[in-house]
Design a protein around this ligand. Structure first.
Ligand SMILES: [Zn+2]
Length: 171
């Protein structure tokens, strides 16, 4: 199995396989320095792009420094991630032909103001890289912020702070 990084139709650079991969095979490991959630928040507070992968229940993250960090999100992916004894593996969930881009579902959470718009192009694209649970949570937060209507205009500048306290509370 050989992986290469090429430009991708989904986003910037992507990870492609030059050889066929069988369903169930480990494609790559997500490696890099391990940081606590608060260390990562402090490091990347204003960073537009991060390559953090949450471990366990999200109290630790891997700060991606590897081939796997280039793997793009898809809502109809050919891989999934699995955590085995504190290590993150990208595993094929279907047979992947040579030349195909490797993808997995990011299931993002804890994104602050970022919309995390998805451009994967899949028929069942959900339009965002957030997990279904996170989409539900964010909708609930938005709904709360939207009522009563008077507060909406007045609190507009405070929205970011509201989002932040929510995410801290979750951890
Ligand atoms: Zn999508």
């Amino acid at each position: 199995m050989a992986l290469i990084i090429c430009s991708s139709a989904i986003h910037a650079a992507g990870c492609y396989t030059t050889t066929p991969i069988c369903k169930g095979a480990r494609v790559a490991e997500y490696t890099g320095p391990r940081l606590s959630k608060s260390e990562a928040d402090a490091c990347y507070e204003n960073a537009p792009i991060t390559y953090l992968f949450g471990l366990g229940r999200g109290e630790m993250v891997i700060d991606g420094h590897c081939m796997a960090m280039f793997i793009n999100h898809s809502c109809d992916p050919n891989c999934e991630t699995s955590e085995v004894r504190g290590r993150i593996w990208i595993k094929a969930i279907k047979n992947i032909p040579a030349g195909e881009e490797i993808t997995y579902d990011y299931c993002l959470y804890d994104g602050g103001d970022d919309e995390a718009v998805c451009n994967c192009g899949a028929k069942k694209c959900r339009g965002t890289m957030y997990s279904k649970e996170e989409v539900r949570r964010r909708k609930a937060v938005q709904k709360k912020a939207a009522q009563p209507p008077l507060k909406k205009a007045a609190k507009k500048r405070g929205k970011r702070e509201t989002g932040k306290s929510v995410k801290t509370a979750k951890a």
